[in-house]
Design a binder for this molecule. Structure first.
Ligand SMILES: N[C@@H](CCC(=O)N[C@@H](CS)C(=O)NCC(=O)O)C(=O)O
Length: 96
């Protein structure tokens, strides 16, 4: 079971939620209030969302989370498998 620390109206959280849904992974949400980040600070040592706890592996930052999910839960794929297409996507994601 994956725990997703989230807050309302966060596009970075939605990016991760879409990836989790694409991969059909079961997830439990911890919704934090922007005025009280204690739960996410306790889990990850910093106050920004999204953060996931994937079976004891805690990852913060939406792009790092997407990369973690692709490595740990490769099917169905989120990223292209062909190295040149994957490199193009990495460049786009870094720019975005
Ligand atoms: N680079 C991070 C940015 C995380 C981030 O800025 N999260 C926002 C919500 S979208 C947040 O927690 N903002 C609260 C604040 O800045 O106080 C990511 O991609 O996850």
């Amino acid at each position: 079971m994956i725990t997703l620390y989230r807050a309302p109206f966060s596009t970075n959280v939605e990016r991760v939620a879409l990836a989790l849904a694409h991969k059909r992974l079961e997830v439990e949400s911890v919704v934090i209030d922007y005025s009280d980040r204690s739960a996410v600070v306790e889990a990850s040592g910093q106050g920004l969302v999204p953060v996931i706890d994937d079976g004891g592996v805690v990852v913060s930052d939406s792009l790092a989370i997407l990369r973690h999910l692709e490595e740990r839960h490769p099917e169905p794929a989120l990223f292209p498998r062909e190295p040149a297409r994957r490199a193009e996507l990495d460049v786009f994601l870094d720019w975005f």
